[in-house]
Design a protein around this ligand. Sequence first.
Ligand code: 13P
Length: 322
Amino acid sequence: MNETVQKLLAPSKGILAADGTNGIVKRFEAVGLTFTPELDKKYKELLFKTNGLENYISGVILNDANIKAGLGEILKRKGIEVGIKVDGGLEIFNDTDEQITKGLEDLAERLVDYKRLGAVFTKWRAVYKISDIYPSDGLIEESLSRMAVYAKMVQDCGLVPIVEPEVLLEGNHTNTRCEEITTKVVKRLFEVSREKNVDLSSLILKASMVIPGNKSGVIVMPLEVSNSTLRTLQNSVPSEVQGIVFLSGGQTADSATFNLNEITKLNLGKKFGSWDLTFSFERALQEGVLSAWVGKDENILKAQEVFLDRLQKVCLARQGEL
Ligand code: 13P
């Protein structure tokens, strides 16, 4: 498992998240395409067959339909690690307007299946909405308990779990409140994981950057984002954890890229922690690709160029060299 962690954190590379289900349907619609499994497969083939993808991407997170459609094979041929999203999405938590991640019931059987299909790592995402009263302590406890149970089951199966406690961008909260909540959630995640005997050196944390809510009217510069994000991680991530990857969380591709660049630059001396940092973007890596393609074969090369251009920028940012 440690070998997989190291491969995923390879210098100058990062992880492509391609596992979205609801979001991708909306993104297809936004460019005038009706989502079908066949068209989704074509789109993923366009992404994965991009020339030189393996120079930028160490691992790809697939979803259930994609791995079963054989898309992992293209990645394996390129030496890219195959990952799989294993959470079952969100459900209402205790009749509140908070949401909790489901999917533990049949996880053990699914893991065996995914391993057979070539997966070596997995992802489980939980979300935390910020308001004056949220996230509630009840949600934090129950959702992190499920996440730790997931991580333990995955490790017992010989796979590497990515744990993703995403603090949502939606809302009018300040940067300070985002830092407070992110610190609280991530710190508690590792306490609960330890209690459940999860091996903290054989997992990867997928973290959100610390930024103010998208309705706060406040714009923060990348230097401020990098300081508050690294301070948050320093105050919440135990030293055994080897790798942290960032989600883009609805930031524009440029914002996510510039913020990543400042974060990795500030972390070069490793004075905040000894972990390696990289990206695991979905939306920020794929921005513009679908609209360049719009389902037409004659546009594949053009769409792959858009994708490659972003991959190059994000990989420079991953090294603090943008
Ligand atoms: P975004 O980069 O679009 O936030 O997606 C990352 C992800 O994998 C969400 O689970």
